[in-house]
Design a protein around this ligand. Structure first.
Ligand SMILES: N[C@@H](CCC(=O)N[C@@H](CS)C(=O)NCC(=O)O)C(=O)O
Length: 393
């Protein structure tokens, strides 16, 4: 705000300078005109040019000032922790639908703010479905995002959990999964207590960009005792693959599903269908999301392809990464990366892939790789909530 006010004052100054300069120029040019008769059109062009240049300088200087003051502010924040927020009351947003599982014995009261086809949201839903945990869903409008207006964190998924003192929002899919898995492993750890074990620290990334990061989000809180059926090596491998999903695999998806403008429209029409946008949003809003979304994501997809160094034929990068994952499971000689049951890395890979199930890219992936055997095996485990039997043991 302060930077904008200063920019305002700066442009006022420029306006004053312009008036003064133009007035004096007018006088000067009048006397000059008697000699050379400067044409009116050239003078207007000159005036326009000067105004343009002055405005450019003003905006440039204002932006530079804004960047410098933001940088100064952020330097002071680096290494500090973002305070965890506990809401006293539930935000007044009605759930779009409720997912209720009779096998659920956890007693958790959860509301997931999501986009139905966001890979990170799918990852969280797959985790909840596998363990048969009931939850409410709030479908968020991806363009206007008014349903998460109550949150300072502006991404999805956000999982709102009912706790003793109110409502604890949990941000970031990986942190949500790690925190819930830690709670399910030892339910004496309360959700709000665990939230403090995942601090959000201000850092500057490799590109110099200031952001908040949960450095330990791949870690589960075992309280000094490892689960009986897991070795330390299993835990390290699970972490490694979950990280690969977030840092590599997921980045192959967008450039593939928004590869051409046509494909992007087909993708958004499928999103609209499974996200039930017709049901949840007025027609104008639904049309806005599809048209703005399809065009914007087609353009962004091209940038992401470059940023994540995908191959010219982006499908090939998707197949390569899927094969990399399948080869690692083959080396283990088991159905899943987690052995004869899916672990958190199986659920994460399956979750992000589920987000593109109705897209051309997914159909091509099934044809060009052998991922279907593993994919269908995880699907069966998730759809039958087979994780719930582990919880009740
Ligand atoms: N690291 C986050 C990433 C979440 C994320 O990037 N979500 C996207 C949707 S797929 C988002 O909300 N982007 C902001 C937007 O839509 O404006 C997570 O794992 O949850």
């Amino acid at each position: 705000m302060a930077a904008v006010c200063k920019l305002g004052r700066f442009t006022e100054g420029v306006k004053f300078f312009n008036k003064f300069y133009i007035a004096s120029q007018n006088g000067a040019s009048r006397s000059l005109c008697t000699i050379v008769q400067q044409p009116q059109r050239t003078r207007s062009l000159l005036k326009l040019g000067l105004i343009g240049a002055a405005t450019g300088i003003a905006v440039g200087a204002g932006y530079a000032y804004y960047r410098i003051s933001e940088d100064r502010k952020n330097i002071g924040l680096e290494g500090t922790q973002l305070e965890t927020v506990l809401l006293k009351y539930k935000p007044p947003v009605a759930p779009s639908r409720k997912i209720a599982y009779p096998v659920d014995s956890t007693g958790l009261k959860l509301t997931l703010f999501q986009y139905q086809t966001c890979p990170f949201c799918c990852k969280v839903r797959v985790f909840l479905d596998y363990y048969g945990i009931s939850y409410d869903i709030v479908e968020v409008d991806p363009v206007l995002r008014k349903e998460i207006g109550w949150s300072s964190y502006k991404k999805v998924p956000i999982l709102l959990t009912k706790v003793e003192e109110g409502y604890q929002p949990l941000n970031d899919s990986t942190m949500i999964v790690s925190l819930l898995a830690s709670h399910l492993y030892d339910t004496s750890y309360k959700i709000e207590e665990l939230a403090n074990y995942y601090p959000n620290i201000a850092i500057r990334d490799e590109d110099g960009k200031f952001k908040y990061e949960m450095i330990n989000k791949y870690f589960l809180m075992f309280n000094k005792q490892l689960p009986k059926n897991k070795s330390m090596n299993d835990i390290i491998e699970e972490r490694k693959w979950r990280k690969w999903v977030d840092e590599v695999f997921v980045h192959t998806l967008s450039p593939n599903v928004y590869r051409t403008l046509d494909e992007s429209y087909r993708t958004f029409n499928w999103f609209s269908e499974v996200g039930r946008w017709k049901e949840y949003f007025p027609t104008w809003e639904q049309l806005l999301i599809v048209n703005v979304g399809a065009t914007a994501m087609w353009l962004i997809g091209k940038k992401l392809k470059k940023k994540h160094r995908l191959k010219e034929d982006v499908r090939q990068s998707l197949y390569d990464e899927a094969n990399y994952w399948l080869r690692a499971i083959k080396v283990r000689g088991t159905t899943f990366m987690g052995g004869n049951q899916p672990d958190l890395s199986d659920l994460a890979v399956y979750g992000v892939l589920k987000s593109i199930e109705g897209c051309d890219a997914f159909r091509d992936l099934l044809v060009h790789t052998k991922i279907d055997v593993w994919y269908n095996a995880v699907k069966e485990q998730v759809d039958t909530h087979s994780g719930s039997s582990i919880l009740s043991r």
